[in-house]
Every structure is written in structure tokens, then in C-alpha cells.
Design a protein around this ligand. Structure first.
Ligand code: ADP
Ligand code: MG
Length: 700
């Protein structure tokens, strides 16, 4: 059966082999169905006409005017010739110019007729004009409302060079959706269409590509957005479902001596209610016989490490090993030392494995892991290498990550003969909608409370002229016994320059603070791990008062006595980075400060970022602003997610559709997990069409 929508594009009226080839190459449009899934990214309202007097309020945007065109004149000779004519309505006049096809235009224009003009007006030598406008005669059966909303399609430069313009796509799509042969199988089940009163797919496509009015367009968009988000969520939930059907989870049903012993005797503080609640959620996961895949969201300083530590004890109580993976060497070292120290009274074997672990030591650790004599392994990405084999890995904690996609997590499953439980802890909170689109296959826990007694960090924005005062303030703080972080931006494409700027930054700071003499730690990415560790250690133990560093200290570092964070060239940092950096202070009982230094010329986004930092310390709120500023495609981790396939939906604006579609996908799968029922036919059809999107294909 060859269906109309399967027709090759070449055979459409107005296309032909050359244009078809261009459309294939540039946009991947082979068939009519492909053409229809090339959605417009906006629509222009061509039902509105501007009076000419108002033109100056709309420079360089497309506008529509109406009027008579006076006989014009050819100006100049040879290649520079242009044709100039005046358009007049009741309110004024504007010049229309053509640099090409002047002769033809001269013949075409009839000064007894009224025209509709479409183009961009710009100012040239103090005169407004429109170059190369589109013209349309307004005759007796012309109706403005018929023009209505005109779709604007994404085009490439290549297409434009080949003279394939928006107009052609508008014409083709319209021609197709209005063709009586046009039919398309729906990809949403009838009950869902009914629930939301959605138009059928066929109608929605017609309403998107050739809307009669804005109401139709809106209706079409709602449905098509829903469809996108529904399938994104359905795929995540299927992934989760498949996992649960295919693999059994290890059952941790004992709360044994390690957990209880530590909890009762060695816990250094009372847990916050949020920490307790999250631990309960984790415990419930661990004993239900399915693999845990949980995302733990918690603001900077909310105490995620302790949750990880206690969860690892649950694994050990049940006879399993646990591992914790950190994004940087410094953080891995900190966890290695901190957790080992904390758990010392329990007599557990904790090891650290990173890229810089000496070979001999590495061999020993690998052997101990296999034998099962190591209880907890802490490290960096080195942990996912194939040679790291555990005897019985029961729990994997991924700390301070939101760059760890589905595919990388999948690699960790293969670390043992059984699937370990997985707990991913975010570096910075991310908005709920982003979490759903990036981590839709995970369950989510949230720590929404900071430990008691924390004073909110005071954040200020300062300029160069304030520098002497800032430095004076630092002295006061150091003299009170506090420690200072001083951070310079990383110049990524040039490590040499970065080092130079850090060194001159260090000189600048030490010049200002020359008397009395203070002690410094210096830390940057190019240092050897052992050097980094030594510098960090000096700061941690209070031997040094000021830590001058690049962003290597960004995540996780915990030195509670440090109470001031100074950031230079703040405008160069992203919001989540700033929030992370600021999170290095405010970890003790003292009042902490964050000083954001910047130049005086700031971009709009730079200003917003700094203002946001000054206004709030709430990571969830900051994450929202970040998402608004950068857009979902620019957020960490999006590269591997389905987020980039979204053509109509914007997770910033379509939160309610996202939430509804996830709930629907969930209940649909609850009813018909394997999608075998008749009602699921449209879903089977859709999934069979595009089985391999990026993230899903990476998992085998
Ligand atoms: P993050 O969530 O950013 O990883 P950490 O786990 O590093 O935060 O915890 C930040 C600091 O708060 C640490 O010094 C930690 O010991 C301390 N802390 C964690 N939980 C509590 C608590 N319930 N009460 C007091 N201090 C806590
Ligand atoms: Mg942490």
C-alpha cells in the first residue's frame, strides 16, 4: 500500500528533482510525511496591516502595509540601477526600492490598483524605505483574513542559496494538508485525545501548517507539544519498566550493626528531617527487590554526603560493597579521607582510587576489591574502567553530578553479576521540569532543608573602585581567625594564560594584603594530584589562611572554617557555577560572605546572574533563572537527553503539559505495560517509527 504521505517529495507540484535533493540534504525531508514533521518555529500574523505613520516604530521587522504605489523611477545606470516608488496610504508615504528586476517591477506596478506590501522597513540616509517588498494586488475577492497566520519554517543557509525560501515550504505544506488524499495514522490513543479534547493528528497538522486563526493554531500546538512530551516520558518510563522486569534488585532487608552502630554512637550531628525522610525513601527502595535508581536533589550544603554514607552502611550490613564516585580528584580525596575517618571506629576498609593512584597501590586495591576485603571504594571516573571489578557491589553513589547520563549509568550496572543500586546526587538543584526531562527514568528525592544554625551567606556585588575596602574587609575576617577563598576564572582554551592570570591574581591579592603577612594555598587544574592534595590539606588544617584558586574547588569541597568567598570576573561564570562556588562557605556556625567582583561593563545576562546571586541563596530558584537564561539545550547533560529533540515544547513554559503527559504515560503503562492492547496501537505505531533516539540507542 503506498500512501499519500509516503510519496517522495520530488513528485509534489512545485518541487522537482533539484529542489527535492536540496530538501533531502539540508533538512532530511524525503517524503510528504517528513515535510509535515518539519514544524514551523513561529507564525507571522499577516492579517494585520500597519498604517504607514507607524512604520518607524517597527524597524527591521517584517511588517505589512496597504496602499497605492505611485509610478516610480529608475535611478542610476548599469549594475547599480535601482527602481524607487512611493507607497501611500491615508496616513503617509514610504519609499519602496528594488535593486534587482527593476525593469520587471516597473512594468508590473499599476498605479490604479491597491497593493498589500510585506517587508522590513529600515532607515537609509534619514529616509525610511522597504527594499524588495512582497507585493500582492488587492482585488475584489481579496480577503485579508485569508492570509492570516503564515508559518515560518527553520531553513538553512544552503537552502537559501538554492533559492528555497519560506514561501515554498508554506506553499507545499498547505497544498499537502489541504489535499483530499491527505490521511495520517494517529499516534495518540483515543482516550487521551478525548480526555483533552485534542484534534486528531491529521487535523492538528493542518491547523499547524495552515491555521485558519490563532485559536486553531493554539489547539494544534497543545496537542503536538503534548505528543512530544508524552513520548519523551513514555520512553523514560519504559526504560525504567524494562529494567525492573529484566533485572532483580538486591534486597537489603537488614538494618545491621554498622548502620545502627554508627547511627547511635558516631553520628556527629542530628540529621535534619529532610535527611531522615530521604533515608527512609532510600531504605524502602533497597528492600523492595528492584534495582534502586534514585536521584537525590539537595542544595549546596544540605548534607548529601551523610545520606550517601549511611546508605553505604546499609549495603555493607547486607554483605555488599559500596562505591562512591566524585567528579574531581580533589573531591574524591576529600571524601576518601573524610569517610575513612568517620567510619574508622567501625573498622571498615575504605579505599581511594583515582587516575593518579600509583600503579602498585592500584593493583593491590583491585585485588582487594575482587576478594571482597574492601568495603567502600571512593574515586573519580577511574571507577568505571573495565578493570575495576568488585566481588559483590551492592550500591553505587554518584556524587555532585548532573552530567551523568543514562548511558554512563548503564556502564556501572555491569560492575558485578548483579545490578547494584544507584544513587545519583546532583551538584546543584535543577528545576523539576529539567529533572523530568534529563532523569525521567529515575525516582527523585529532595532535601529541602539546611542543617540547623546556618546563617544565610551575605552576598554583595563590588567593582574595581571598591577593591581597597574589600581587601580591608578580608584582613578583618582573617584576623578573626577565618579563612578566605579567592577564585579566579578559568581560561579554558589556554591553560598557560589561565595560570598566568592566576599567578598575577595571587600577586595582586598578596600585594594588597602585604602587612601582616598571611599564608596561602594555591590551587589550579594543571597541578599534579599530590600537589593539589597537599595545598588543600594545608588549607583544611588551617595552616594557610587564603586559598587562591581556579574553579577546581567548585564542587563539594568542605572547609567549615572558611567564611569568605571572593570571586573575580564574576561575569565570566555561569549561575550554577557561582552558586556552587558560594556553597564552599556558610558551612560553619560563623556569618559567611560572598563577594562578587566584576568590571563595570556587563552584558544583560551577566547583570541578571549577579543580581540573582545577590538576591537569593536558594539553589532551586537560581536553577530556574539559569534555565530561563540559557535555555534547556544549554544545560548540562542535555546533550544526551531527548530534550534536544523537542521541536515545539519548551520545558520552561510547558511545565503543565509535561507533568500531565508524564502522569498519563505512567498510568497508561500501568494498565498496559507491554503495550499489547488494541487501545495501545497508536503508541506501538509511533514507537515502531522512531525506535532509536540518541539516549536510548546508547544502551544495549
Ligand atoms: P552537600 O549536600 O553540599 O554535599 P555536605 O554533605 O558537604 O553538603 O554537608 C555540608 C556540611 O554540613 C558538612 O560539614 C556536613 O558535615 C554538615 N552537615 C550535614 N548534615 C548535617 C546536619 N544534619 N547537621 C549539621 N551539620 C550537617
Ligand atoms: Mg557534596
Amino acid at each position: 500500500m503506498s500512501e499519500f504521505v509516503e510519496t517522495q517529495i520530488e513528485f509534489l507540484k512545485g518541487v522537482g528533482p533539484a529542489k527535492a535533493q536540496a530538501l533531502q540534504q539540508e533538512l532530511g525531508i524525503f517524503t510528504i510525511a517528513d515535510l509535515l514533521s518539519h514544524y514551523p518555529f513561529r507564525h507571522e500574523d499577516r492579517s494585520k496591516v500597519l498604517p504607514i505613520v507607524e512604520v518607524m516604530n517597527y524597524p527591521d521587522v517584517f511588517i505589512q502595509l496597504k496602499g497605492r504605489i505611485s509610478r516610480g523611477e529608475l535611478i542610476g545606470h548599469g549594475p547599480g540601477t535601482r527602481y524607487s516608488a512611493m507607497l501611500t496610504d491615508e496616513t503617509g508615504q514610504i519609499e519602496l526600492v528594488w535593486f534587482q528586476g527593476a525593469k520587471w517591477i516597473e512594468k508590473y506596478i499599476d498605479n490604479s490598483k491597491e497593493y498589500l506590501i510585506y517587508g522590513k522597513a529600515s532607515k537609509f540616509r534619514n529616509q525610511w524605505n522597504i527594499a524588495h517588498p512582497e507585493l500582492q494586488v488587492i482585488d475584489s475577492d481579496f480577503q485579508l483574513s485569508k492570509l492570516g497566520l503564515v508559518p515560518v519554517y527553520p531553513l538553512t543557509e544552503g537552502l537559501k542559496r538554492k533559492k528555497i525560501e519560506n514561501k515554498l515550504l508554506v506553499k507545499l505544506s498547505k497544498q499537502v494538508v489541504e489535499d483530499p488524499r491527505f490521511k495520517i495514522q494517529d499516534n495518540l490513543p483515543a482516550p487521551i485525545l478525548k480526555k483533552y479534547n485534542f484534534p486528531e493528528k491529521k487535523d492538528a497538522l493542518r491547523m499547524l501548517h495552515a491555521p485558519k486563526d490563532s485559536q486553531e493554531l493554539e489547539q494544534a500546538k497543545q496537542r503536538l507539544k503534548y505528543e512530544e512530551l508524552f513520548y519523551l516520558q513514555l520512553r523514560y518510563l519504559q526504560l525504567k519498566g524494562n529494567r525492573n522486569r529484566t533485572y532483580k534488585g538486591i534486597v537489603f532487608d537488614r538494618v545491621g550493626e554498622y548502620f545502627m552502630g554508627y547511627y547511635d554512637k558516631h553520628l556527629p550531628f542530628d540529621l535534619t528531617n529532610a535527611q531522615k525522610r530521604v533515608l527512609k525513601e532510600i531504605r524502602a527502595d533497597l528492600k523492595r527487590g528492584l534495582q534502586m535508581n534514585r536521584l537525590l536533589q539537595g542544595d549546596v550544603g544540605s548534607g548529601k554526603t551523610m545520606v550517601a554514607q549511611l546508605s553505604m552502611l546499609m549495603a555493607i550490613d547486607n554483605g555488599y560493597q559500596a562505591c562512591l564516585m566524585a567528579p574531581t580528584e580533589i573531591l574524591a580525596q576529600q571524601h576518601g579521607a573524610g569517610i575513612a575517618e568517620d567510619l574508622k571506629p567501625l573498622g571498615l576498609q575504605v579505599r581511594l582510587l583515582t587516575g593518579s593512584t600509583p600503579k602498585k597501590q592500584r593493583t593491590t586495591i583491585l585485588a582487594e576489591l575482587k576478594e571482597g576485603t574492601v568495603d567502600i571504594l571512593i574515586g573519580t571516573h577511574a571507577l568505571i574502567e573495565d578493570e575495576v571489578v568488585f566481588q559483590s557491589l551492592g550500591l553505587v553513589v554518584i556524587d555532585e553530578q548532573h552530567r551523568f547520563g543514562v548511558a554512563q549509568r548503564a556502564r556501572l550496572w555491569k560492575k558485578g553479576n548483579v545490578l547494584p543500586h544507584i544513587l545519583v546526587m546532583t551538584a546543584t538543584p535543577i528545576p523539576r521540569t529539567l529533572a523530568m526531562t534529563l532523569y525521567g527514568d529515575l525516582d527523585v528525592s529532595v532535601i529541602d532543608e539546611l542543617p540547623k544554625g546556618r546563617k544565610p551567606i551575605k552576598t554583595v556585588h563590588r567593582h574595581e573602585s571598591n577593591r581597597p575596602l574589600v581587601m580591608e574587609f578580608l584582613k578583618q575576617e582573617i584576623n578573626k581567625g577565618r579563612q578566605i577563598y579567592y577564585v579566579f576564572p578559568l581560561i579554558e582554551d589556554s591553560p598557560k594564560l589561565a595560570l598566568k592570570s592566576l599567578m598575577s591574581g595571587y600577586e595582586m591579592v598578596s600585594d594588597y594584603l602585604s602587612t601582616p603577612t598571611y599564608t596561602y594555598s594555591l590551587l589550579h587544574g594543571k597541578m599534579k594530584p599530590a600537589e593539589k592534595e597537599a595545598e588543600m590539606e594545608k588549607f583544611k588544617t588551617g595552616k594557610t589562611q587564603i586559598m587562591v584558586a581556579t574553579t577546581v574547588i567548585e564542587v563539594g569541597v568542605n572547609v567549615p572554617n572558611a567564611s569568605v568567598m571572593v570571586i573575580e570576573n564574576t561575569e565570566r561564570f555561569g549561575l550554577s557555577q557561582l552558586h556552587q562556588l558560594r556553597g564552599r562557605v556558610g558551612r560553619g556556625a560563623e556569618q559567611s560572605y560572598c563577594i562578587l567582583m566584576s568590571g563595570s561593563k556587563l552584558s544583560k545576562a551577566g547583570k541578571t546572574r549577579i543580581k540573582t546571586m545577590v538576591r537569593t541563596t536558594d539553589g532551586f530558584e537560581i536553577a530556574k533563572v539559569d534555565l530561563d537564561l540559557r535555555g534547556p539545550g544549554e544545560m548540562d547533560g542535555t546533550r544526551q537527553s531527548g530534550i534536544l529533540d523537542l521541536r515545539l515544547s519548551d520545558i520552561r513554559k510547558d511545565e503543565s503539559i509535561l507533568i500531565a503527559s508524564r502522569a498519563d504515560a505512567q498510568s497508561w503503562l500501568q494498565e498496559d505495560e507491554l503495550l499489547t492492547s488494541d487501545a495501545s496501537k497508536p503508541i506501538r505505531y509511533e514507537l515502531s517509527k522512531s525506535p532509536n533516539r540518541t539516549i536510548w540507542s546508547k544502551i544495549s
